[in-house]
Structures are given as structure tokens and as C-alpha cells.
Design a protein around this ligand. Structure first.
Ligand code: GLA
Length: 732
């Protein structure tokens, strides 16, 4: 890791162990992108790539063609209104109503360490000496706006972290209409674009398409990162696979509205941008005030998607997730949602806990329906007091009983919401997000709380905290079950309504920050109608996030493959549920459901008092597997071996210990085939010269054989069957 500035060549070079990012100053003024890719030690001859040499466009030489210059220059941070007609990162309006901004280089600073971003989740270094940050300061003198472009790198990572701070140094207000976090301008190389798309119960499926002329947008305006489109975008050179090809990826550390775009321009350059979605966004920047954009993580890989994935996983485990559970086994939980839905009481929950204990389950999580008069999803959000009809004697009585059965206790909340049928709404209708005079649209019969309002944040936080103070609660599932509409706040004035969506997200972050500060030992799991807020922002607060409401083992293959493309397996909330599956009606073997859930945090979502003896035996077996394999799954390197999404037959992934001493391979045969051949599987990431014993058979293989020639998975004529293979390094 190193950052340096070559005064003579006017070049910044930001190096990680395997990558270089080069920025140049053109004409003493324009901050431009020169190079991103595999590490280059000697930059001799690179400067002309900034393309200012391509006269007649250099402004100092030829001012009459300045606009042509602006529209072709590879900008580090594009602005609108002055000739660059490609996607801008920054749109600013003045009090005079004009929209134009041009940033000129002012200076730079190279800092030891990685500064935190106030109020926002951000990557961090455990020790200052292990990270460096470059801050390039630019200014538009005409409107008095300063922009500090920030680039951070860590000693042990190939990722580059970017964000921007805007400061109003003028005397008039400025209105920020768009402030993205990062931009990369490159030449087009016939890139393919990779995105994660889906819907409820089908989140983060990998979707590829060619990047042709024009703008290709991935975005959310729903107030959260969303089920449908994910704050991630990668451009890949032709033929990129898991192991080869160049990949340029961006992932946003933010949980609200976002946009990510790849745009091919008239001269075949590609611009990649990412940041807060500008739709409906406006931020008033008073004189001396500043605005901080969230962080974008950029990852370059010249060894395909696999290396990109492992760079993201390591970065998030080392530099983003703070929870004390990060490197610990999570208690195996049983959640009563699919077991009982709203129909439960103390007796039922304690019976589940009693039986769960016998099979090795360690924590009971009480889901939705324990408060107010909530017997279905029509009411009571906001009224966070215990329903004593269901839980006589209150929460503490229940928790004590569950603990007496030998299980820890966890609880569900949806703190950001308010039901029209609630005491809270009757007292404070103005606390709901809505536009005066317009009946707000309901979704799941609920409204969203206006978290731009400090007393609402205080109230919602106190509701959660006072419940946690009242009993011995080890875990919280923090849910968020509707998207935002009717964007209006009774708290903000006419000029600041455009701040609501971002202030909402800041309010969520503030509540979760308070929560993990007051309850440092709490295990927090975020959730949003399944996996609509599975994003890097939430990982700063919770080490795990519920991946999807779809617990079907086969649908989960695609969801978990897409999720694990960026996020460590240790974050993926994954449970075994009953069959026929409640979402898709599919029947799969209990063992397959277990093997798929073992790739995540692991737990159960079923009524253990009602399932068969055979399934009970399987639980006993699976909970032992969890204890055996979870440290490896949590800490190891993830390799995608085969994708059911691509081959339509089988799925296979592998986790290899960092010291390459063991590997766990999960194989799921989705569709059985009419032939008698075993399938050959080639592994990755092992030590070529070491020997590995396959625990199940005792057979010994060299690492080279496993990686080059492969091993045989015997044929199995059952759809949806699965197997685990555990290879352990031996001295033989
Ligand atoms: C969401 C969650 C589910 C469950 C329900 C309860 O849909 O994703 O797991 O908690 O809410 O209402």
C-alpha cells in the first residue's frame, strides 16, 4: 500500500498490493483519471493517457474548444453544466437558480489511516499505520464550492475506498441536487455488465448484459437498497469467468436510494458512477456547512470474479463489520415465524424451546406479533408494549422460562414503522411520512416513521432499548417491511423536503449506532421483508442480515450465490424451514435444506414440536455439523465451483481455510440426469503440493490432482440431493 504524488509529472499513484490507481492533473487544473488496473511500478510514459495531448482540445492552448475538452476528458469527478454531457456526479443550483459547476485542482493531502465518516457507516483500519488516505481538494471559485475527493487503501486489501465531501465556502446558500460518491472513466473494451437483480423472495440473482452505447442504470428510489436492484455494479472484459478476465466493481456502503450507472459515450469511453440517487434529492448547503457522501468500494481483479469476491469478503470482515460476533460462532437459533406466524403464546414458545434444546438448538427468537394487539399484520407497529394476553406475566416471564429450558432469547422489532391502527398514530399522526392533503399509500397496512425528526428517532430507539433493558435478551432481528412513498415530512420546511430520504437513512444509522453502543454484546440481525436491505451499510451495525424470506433450498442457491458474490458467508442469514416450502411449495430433502443453510449463519424456522422423528434426527446431526464447520465457513476463502444458474443441473461451492489446511465442498444436484456417469469436480485454492484426505472415505489426493484433474462425485438419481465433502490436509 502506498500513495505518492509526482510533482513534476502531476500524477498521483495509489497502490495496493496488486493494483494501481493513477490520477493526473491536466493543464494544472483538471483532475482526471489515468489508469486503474494491475499494479504498475514505473509510470514512465503514462501521462498522455490523460488525453490532454490530443490537441486541439487543451483549454490552455485552445480555449475556443473548451466544451469539447470537457465532454471527452476522463474526469475523476464529473460535474454538470459546463460541457461534459455524460453522466455527472455533481449537480449544484445557486440561489440565483443557475446550475453549473467546474472543479479545479487546489491541493492535496496524504493522511495516515482512514478517517471515519460522521453519521455514516464507513470502512476502518484497526491501526492507523495500516491504511492511507489521499484527499484531493478542488474548488469552483465562481460559486464557492469546495470538493474533497477521498481515496483510501489498506495494507492488506486490494480495494479502494472513495467518497466526497462538499463544503460551501461562499456566502450564499447552495442547493446540491446530486452528489455521487465515485466515478471511473475508462476506454470501452466491449465490457459486459454484471448486476444483482430480483424481487421479494428472489433477491440478488446475478444478471449479465452487454454494455452498449448509452446509459445502463441500476438503482433504487424506494428508500432502501431494495429487493429489486442492488447497489453493486461490475464491468467485465469479454469471457470473464470465476478465474479469468478483468473486473471493475463498485459496491455502495449505504442503505437508501442509490444509482449505479455504466455509460458508453460517443467516443467509446465508459463512465462508471455510483452514489445516492438524485431523484427527489436536494440538500441545502449553508455557508460553511458540508455534506459527506457515503463510501463506494472499488475493486479491480485481473483474475476474474472469484478474486473480486474474495477481495470484498476480506475487506468487509477486516474493515467494515464491527460486531464482536464477527469471529464467533453465532448461536443456532430457531425462529417461530414460519412455525406459528401470529398465532403463539408463552406456552407454545416454551414448548418449541424445550424440544429445540434436545436437538442442539441454542436460541429461541420470538418473531412478529408479541406487542400491542397485533394478531395479523394490520396493526400496532409503534406500540412496543407486550401483549399480555399472549405472554401472561410479560416478557421477562417468557424469557426466564426459555432460559430455564437452556436457550438464549431473541426478539423481533420493526422500529421504523407506524400502523394507522396504533396508539402511536392516534397520538402522533404527524410522525408518519406523508404529504399534507394527500392520503399516504399503505403497504402491508403500514406507514413509515419520519426519522428526519429527532424526537421520532428518540422514541423509536427508546422503545427498542427499554424492552432490551427489561429482560435478558441476546439477539434482535431488526425488520423493515415496506418501501417509502409520499415523501413528505411535517418537520422539514419547504426547502428541505428533498433531504428526507437521506435523513431517514441517517436516522436508521443513528438508532443502530445507539443500539450497538448501549448493548455491545447484542447480536443484531438486520432484515427487510427478507433481503431488501442486505447491503454493506447495514453490515457496519449488524454482522448478519436475513438474506430472503424464501427459505426454499433450491431458490436459495441463486440468492446465496448472488449475495456471496460480494458479502462474506458469515453475514448471510440462512435457516432450514419446513416443507412444502411456504413460499414456493417445493419439497426438498431435509439434509439439502441443512447443507444450503450451513453456507450462512444457520438456524431453523419451523415448528419443531410437529415435525417427524426423521427430521428431528436430521436436526441433531446438522447442529453438530454447524459446530464442526462454522469456523471454516465463517473465516475461510470462498470459491464458486459451479453454478446451477448457468448449467441448470447442479451447484457447487467450496470454502478453503486461510492456511489451506482444510476445505469444505458443498454439492447440490438440482436435476438428476439420465446417465450413469459420476461428475468430476475440480477444486480451487488448495496447496498444489500438499496431500488432502477426504474425510468421508479416507481417500487421499494431492492438491494438484484435486485442482487440475478433480475428484468424482458419485451419481445420485435424486433431484435436490446434496452432499458435503470435507478435505483435510495430511502428512501422507
Ligand atoms: C418480514 C421478515 C420475516 C418476518 C416477517 C414478520 O417479512 O422478513 O422474516 O419477520 O416480516 O412480519
Amino acid at each position: 500500500m502506498n500513495i505518492r504524488f509526482d510533482e513534476q509529472k502531476q500524477l498521483f499513484q495509489i497502490n495496493t498490493e496488486h493494483t494501481s490507481y493513477v490520477i493526473g492533473i491536466a493543464d494544472g487544473k483538471y483532475v482526471g483519471h489515468v489508469y486503474y488496473g494491475r499494479k504498475i511500478e514505473d509510470l514512465t510514459g503514462i501521462y498522455p493517457l490523460l488525453r490532454t495531448g490530443e490537441a486541439p482540445f487543451v483549454p490552455s492552448v485552445n480555449m475556443r474548444e473548451k466544451c469539447s475538452f470537457a465532454d471527452t476528458f476522463p474526469a475523476e469527478y464529473s460535474t454538470s453544466g459546463v460541457g461534459d454531457y455524460r453522466e455527472s456526479c455533481l449537480d449544484v443550483r445557486t440561489t440565483g437558480g443557475h446550475r453549473a459547476c467546474e472543479l479545479s485542482f487546489e491541493g492535496y493531502e496524504i493522511l495516515e489511516g482512514k478517517p471515519a465518516l460522521a453519521g455514516l457507516p464507513s470502512t476502518f483500519a484497526k491501526e492507523a499505520g495500516r491504511a492511507k488516505t489521499l484527499e484531493i481538494t478542488c474548488k469552483d471559485e465562481c460559486i464557492g464550492l469546495k470538493a474533497v475527493l477521498s481515496y483510501s487503501v489498506f495494507e492488506d486489501s486490494d480495494a479502494l475506498i472513495r467518497s466526497v465531501r462538499l463544503i460551501n465556502e461562499g456566502t450564499e446558500k447552495l442547493y446540491i441536487e446530486k452528489a455521487l460518491s465515485a466515478c471511473i472513466d475508462m476506454d470501452d473494451e466491449n465490457f459486459e455488465m454484471l448486476a444483482l437483480t430480483g424481487s421479494w423472495a428472489r433477491e440478488r440473482h446475478m444478471t449479465k448484459c452487454p454494455v452498449t452505447y448509452g446509459r445502463h442504470l441500476i438503482s433504487s428510489t424506494k428508500g432502501e437498497s431494495s429487493h429489486q436492484e442492488h447497489p453493486f455494479l461490475a464491468l467485465m472484459t469479454e469471457g470473464t469467468t470465476q478465474d479469468q478476465g478483468e473486473v471493475y466493481a463498485m459496491n455502495f456502503i449505504y442503505s437508501g436510494n442509490f444509482m449505479a450507472m455504466a455509460q458508453v459515450s460517443q467516443f467509446n469511453s465508459v463512465r462508471m458512477v455510483m452514489g445516492i440517487h438524485p431523484e427527489g434529492f436536494e440538500w441545502t448547503l449553508n455557508p460553511n456547512a458540508s455534506f459527506q457522501t457515503p463510501e463506494v468500494v472499488c475493486v479491480y481483479s485481473d483474475e476474474g470474479l472469484g478474486k473480486m469476491t474474495r477481495t470484498f469478503h476480506d475487506l468487509y470482515r477486516e474493515h467494515l463489520i464491527r460486531s464482536p460476533y464477527l469471529h464467533k460462532k453465532r448461536p443456532i437459533l430457531i425462529n417461530n415465524w414460519e412455525a406459528t406466524y401470529f398465532d403463539f403464546d408463552t406456552e407454545k414458545l416454551v414448548a418449541i424451546a424445550r424440544e429445540a434444546k434436545k436437538d442442539g438448538i441454542e436460541m429461541l427468537v420470538m418473531d412478529d406479533g408479541w406487542f400491542g394487539h397485533r394478531n395479523n399484520d394490520d396493526s400496532s407497529l409503534g406500540d412496543w408494549f407486550v401483549n399480555e394476553e399472549k405472554l401472561p406475566g410479560g416478557l421477562k416471564t417468557l424469557v426466564d422460562k426459555v432460559k430455564a429450558e437452556g436457550l438464549a432469547f431473541g426478539i423481533w422489532f420493526e422500529p421504523e414503522m407506524i400502523s394507522p391502527d396504533s396508539e402511536l398514530y392516534r397520538r402522533h399522526p404527524e410522525w408518519a411520512i406523508q404529504i399534507p392533503g394527500r392520503a399516504p399509500g399503505m403497504s402491508r397496512a403500514q406507514y413509515v416513521l419520519d426519522l428526519s425528526r429527532p424526537e421520532v428517532v428518540d422514541y423509536a430507539y427508546e422503545c427498542v432499548a427499554s424492552i432490551l433493558r427489561s429482560a435478558d435478551i441476546s439477539y434482535v432481528k431488526w425488520d423493515m417491511n415496506r418501501q417509502l412513498t409520499d415523501i413528505g415530512s411535517a418537520y422539514l420546511d419547504a426547502h428541505t423536503q428533498g433531504e428526507l430520504m437521506h435523513r431517514y437513512v441517517l436516522g436508521v444509522y443513528e438508532m443502530q449506532e445507539r443500539l450497538v453502543t448501549e448493548f455491545p454484546d447484542l447480536l443484531l440481525e438486520n432484515c427487510s421483508g427478507g433481503g431488501a436491505r442486505f447491503d454493506a451499510g447495514m453490515l457496519y451495525y449488524s454482522p448478519q442480515i436475513w438474506c430472503s424470506d424464501d427459505t426454499d433450498a433450491i431458490e436459495r442457491l441463486a440468492i446465496q450465490e448472488g449475495t456471496a458474490l460480494i458479502y462474506p458467508l458469515s453475514c448471510m442469514g440462512a435457516h432450514v424451514s419446513d416443507c412444502p416450502n411456504h413460499t414456493v411449495g417445493r419439497i426438498t430433502p431435509f439434509m439439502t435444506r441443512g447443507h444450503v443453510a450451513l453456507a450462512g449463519t444457520f438456524g431453523y424456522e419451523l415448528d419443531i414440536t410437529k415435525i417427524s422423528e426423521g427430521d428431528r434426527d436430521a436436526i441433531k446431526f446438522q447442529t453438530k455439523l454447524y459446530h464442526k464447520y462454522h469456523p471454516l465457513v465463517r473465516e475461510g476463502d470462498y470459491y464458486r465451483i459451479a453454478s446451477y444458474q448457468q448449467n441448470h443441473l447442479y451447484d457447487c461451492w467450496e470454502v478453503v481455510a486461510k492456511d489451506r489446511s482444510e476445505a469444505l465442498v458443498t454439492f447440490v444436484q438440482v436435476m438428476s440426469e439420465p446417465n450413469f456417469k459420476s461428475r468430476k469436480i475440480r477444486l480451487k485454492g488448495l496447496e498444489p503440493k500438499a496431500s488432502y484426505r477426504l474425510e468421508e472415505t479416507g481417500d487421499v489426493y494431492s492438491g494438484d490432482v484435486l485442482m487440475r484433474a478433480g475428484f468424482l462425485v458419485r451419481r445420485d438419481h435424486r433431484d435436490f440431493s446434496s452432499r458435503l465433502f470435507h478435505f483435510v490436509k495430511t502428512e501422507e
